[in-house]
Ligand binder design. Structure first.
Ligand SMILES: Nc1nc2c(c(=O)[nH]1)N[C@H]1C(S)=C(S)[C@@H](COP(=O)(O)OP(=O)(O)OC[C@H]3O[C@@H](n4cnc5c(=O)[nH]c(N)nc54)[C@H](O)[C@@H]3O)O[C@H]1N2
Ligand SMILES: Nc1nc2c(c(=O)[nH]1)N[C@H]1C(S)=C(S)[C@@H](COP(=O)(O)OP(=O)(O)OC[C@H]3O[C@@H](n4cnc5c(=O)[nH]c(N)nc54)[C@H](O)[C@@H]3O)O[C@H]1N2
Ligand SMILES: [Mo]
Length: 769
């Protein structure tokens, strides 16, 4: 580990810092110069689709259509390091449980299927056939309702389709995915508002937009390629108005590492033209304030006989519920909106006044809106704002949720969902001649509840690090050990392998960047990006080991081991030639996947039809709906009892992909060599009697008799709203009560956890806990 240092970062996002950070990881993962050649294939129509984020891939890619973090993800997957059977022979599972996440994954790629051996407390190699035989036997002996099929969001459309079918043929809809912890609030909010579960914005809309509103998404770290369209928009003079408690560097300025002149002259583009440091969870009030200001200005215009501010023609023809919404906005007092949002009325009016003048507006958002108790309502309030000026279903305008994992949206499109009403079950029944379960399956939070109460007995994970990513990790880890069976299809060693069931398997798979050879030759796979375009992807590098297998093959072998043969499902035929899986996907979803095999390599991808883009509203009212929230209270179930309780925001660093920690630096936030920090406002420090650099303990303020504590964090005085503090995910997940989630969507409320911060209790006094 490098030395720890906290020092404000003065550089832009991108730029030389980005080039240096990338060079470091390529060296550490022992990627030779040819690694650079591999990167040239990233996000190109004839290459592989990045394994990092889901941001759209342009039809005319740049020479280097990848970013610092996309390249890090490639290096991470293509590392020369290997976690071989020899490694597992050397270290017991008990020992590995004390290792940090970074050290586990840094062992490199998994090379052999492994089974846990209780005698030696070690994972030992096992033959594939033997593994599937036991997994099949176990699953056959269990009640299908007690088995979970989790998916993390990276597996291809082909694998995901097979995986969902496996669960349904086995007998449940227990198909939670990472989306349950991520954009589930979007998937619940948008269908009610505009009749589609996904964003309506496409990449080309950025070329003609007049304004970008940017809520709670850290573009510089989590979707850096999006900085290119943002920079282009800024060059056209398009304002970008940002709402974020932290001043994130990527939202302030950007130097394109691919523009030699910018690099040489150290020039950068200012990204945000207004920056509002909203309080965690304050967006619901902030956006309501903007709507209130717009409605007031519209009345003034009407009275004075000037052109209206709201788009009356659009609202009359296409929307429902304006009158109630106007009443709601009128009823909110400015003082209340100010205290809930942490922003002044003038600031909200300033944002509203730019919006009132813009012809076409895009509303972008990420986890800062979705991971709250009122995440769904907040997303709907953003839609309300856009509807006021007809900003849905028009070029240059739209709503733009930024998705996380590279195929998380696509997995939903091909059937990975615990909600049966979202899946064409009748069609599947007819296509494959079986009666799928119609009962709702378990989502992520419900799986956790089931593990805690013992009703969940087996967990199959298609990627991911479930037990580390979920809330209440200490309680979850303890209960997890009661599982009968845990099976993880993975590329690298992580905590979910160690906190295991009684019978536990690690099944190593190929990553997307590797060549996947099957009976008919090398295979291509496909995924869906954040803008609902489908892309083909071809592996370019040799597999890490001859013993690893492809995800479709692994899913097919589990299916064959557990299901009775069905002449209509040719698992082996699918694996032999993935184009046949795509034909089957097209048969199930003919509208979305028309000519799938033919179109999958179209530059820029091919889009699925999206009713709301054409102003067709597949909602109950047949219109786009203004939706009024029950109130503006951000978290009615956990009243902040006194001022010593502050709200913790859990954050990603610039050096991680979810639970995968690439390194201990968070360059943009000025943190070097550590993740054990707590960002705090100076007034809170003064009020709580704490000093910058002091070591503290953080505990959750919940009255449910569960002690939730993280000890030994270093306080960093930081530019963050008073009453908020920030710490890193997943280390802070022990602090999130499982029941602290979005009221409707059950997305864990990871962005506002009421906590108390106290001077650290010396280890001896806590029994070393
Ligand atoms: N390199 C890299 N790329 C990634 C990932 C990664 O870990 N590393 N993860 C991927 C995944 S799965 C996802 S879901 C996305 C996540 O990408 P983001 O949506 O950017 O998620 P977070 O990093 O959690 O950051 C949320 C941002 O919201 C702000 N915020 C917090 N609370 C609030 C609030 O109440 N209101 C507002 N307005 N803002 C708030 C935070 O300051 C932060 O800037 O990125 C994907 N891409
Ligand atoms: N406190 C807090 N908690 C959060 C969040 C937060 O912001 N704050 N964010 C939430 C969000 S948005 C998400 S998406 C979840 C993420 O939750 P997950 O998706 O479950 O977790 P990841 O960390 O992305 O999973 C990493 C593991 O995936 C495996 N893997 C990588 N590539 C592949 C592949 O190609 N195939 C297979 N089979 N396996 C692969 C590797 O073994 C690696 O160890 O966490 C959620 N939890
Ligand atoms: Mo995510």
């Amino acid at each position: 580990m490098t030395d720890q240092k906290i020092e404000a970062y003065e550089g832009p996002a991108g730029g030389w810092g980005s080039a240096k950070s990338l060079a470091e990881i390529l060296t550490r993962e022992q990627i030779p110069a040819s690694g650079a050649a591999m990167l040239m294939k990233q996000n190109k129509p004839d290459g592989f689709m990045c394994v990092s984020c889901a941001w759209a891939k342009p039809a005319k890619p740049l020479a280097f259509e990848y970013c610092e973090n996309g390249a890090k993800a490639t290096a991470w997957e293509q590392t020369r390091r290997r976690a071989t059977p020899a490694f597992f022979a050397e270290h017991s599972v008990t020992e590995l449980l004390s290792w940090p996440d970074y050290d586990l994954e840094e062992q490199g790629r998994l090379t052999h299927p492994m089974r846990y051996d209780p005698q030696t407390d070690r994972y030992v190699p096992v033959a594939w056939a033997e593994a599937f035989a036991e997994i099949g036997r176990e699953l056959k002996g269990l009640d299908p309702k007690s088995v979970v099929f989790y998916a993390s969001g990276r597996a291809s459309l082909e694998t995901s389709y097979m995986y969902a079918l496996l669960a349904r043929m086995y007998g449940n809809n227990n198909l939670p995915d990472s989306s349950n912890m991520c954009h589930e609030s979007t998937s619940v909010a948008l269908p009610q508002s505009i009749g589609v579960p996904v964003g309506t914005t496409r990449l080309e809309d950025f070329e003609s937009t007049d304004l970008i509103l940017f809520f709670g998404q850290n573009v510089g770290s989590n979707s850096p390629r999006m900085l290119h369209p943002l920079q282009e928009a800024r060059r056209r003079g398009v304002p970008i108005i940002t709402f974020n408690p932290l001043r994130e560097r990527g939202l302030e300025r950007f130097t394109n590492p691919q523009a030699p002149l910018e690099m040489l002259t150290n020039s950068s583009t200012q990204i945000s033209t207004q920056y509002h440091q909203v309080k965690a969870g304050g967006d619901l009030a902030a956006i309501t304030g903007m709507c209130k200001a717009i409605l007031a200005a519209d009345r003034d215009a009407l009275d004075a006989g000037r052109p209206r501010i709201i788009d009356v023609a659009f609202i009359e023809e296409h929307t429902h519920g304006l009158a109630d919404f106007v009443r709601f906005c009128d009823a909110q007092a400015w003082a209340d909106l100010e205290s809930r949002s942490g922003l002044k009325r003038e600031a909200l009016e300033a944002a509203a006044s730019v919006y009132m003048r813009a012809r076409s507006t895009i509303g972008i958002y990420g986890m800062g809106l979705t991971q709250h108790r009122k995440g769904t309502e907040t997303v709907q309030m953003l839609v309300n704002l856009l509807l006021l000026r007809g900003n849905i279903g028009r070029p240059g305008a739209g709503i733009c949720p930024v998705r996380g994992h590279s195929n998380v949206q696509g997995q939903r499109t091909v059937g990975i969902s615990e909600k049966p009403e979202l899946v064409p079950l009748d069609k599947i029944a007819e296509q494959y001649g079986f009666e799928p379960a119609r009962e709702k399956g378990l989502n992520t939070v419900e799986v956790c509840e089931g593990v805690l109460d013992g009703s969940v007995r087996a967990f199959i994970g298609l990627g991911g690090n479930f037990v580390r990513a979920v809330p209440d990790t200490a309680r979850m880890e303890e209960a997890w050990r009661g599982l009968r069976l845990s099976v993880q299809v993975s590329t690298k060693l992580n905590r979910a392998h160690l906190v295991r069931g009684e019978i536990a398997y690690i099944l190593p798979c190929l990553g997307r960047i590797e060549i996947d050879r099957q009976a008919s030759g090398p295979q291509a796979v496909s995924m869906e990006d954040s803008c609902s375009a489908f892309h083909g992807s071809r592996g370019v590098s040799e597999p890490v080991s001859e013993h690893v297998r492809s995800e479709p093959w692994i899913v097919a072998e589990i299916a064959k081991a557990v299901l009775a043969p069905n002449p209509k499902v040719d698992w082996d035929g699918w694996v032999a030639d993935y184009s046949r899986i795509r034909d089957s996907i097209e048969a199930t979803y003919p509208d979305k996947f028309r000519d799938f095999n033919k179109r999958m390599f179209e530059p820029g991808g091919f889009y699925k039809p999206l009713a709301a883009r054409d102003r067709k509203w597949e909602t109950k009212t047949g219109k786009a709906n203004f939706i009024v929230p029950p109130g503006l209270e951000a978290d009615p179930d956990m009243p902040r009892s006194d001022r010593s309780v502050i709200d913790l925001i859990t954050l990603r660093s610039n050096d991680q992909f979810n639970t995968t920690v690439y390194g201990y630096d968070d360059r943009f936030r000025g943190v070097k060599g550590t993740r054990k920090v707590l960002f705090m406002n100076e007034n809170d420090l003064a009020r709580l009697g704490l000093a910058d650099g002091e070591t503290v303990d953080v505990s959750t303020d919940a009255d449910d008799d569960v002690a939730r504590v993280v000890r030994g964090l270093r306080v960093v005085r930081y530019d963050i709203p008073e009453g908020n503090c920030g710490g890193y995910y997943p280390e802070m997940n022990v602090l999130i009560p499982l029941w602290h989630h979005d009221a409707q969507a059950k997305t864990p409320a990871a962005k506002a956890i009421p906590v108390r911060v106290t001077p650290a209790v010396p280890e001896a006094a806590t029994g070393g806990a």
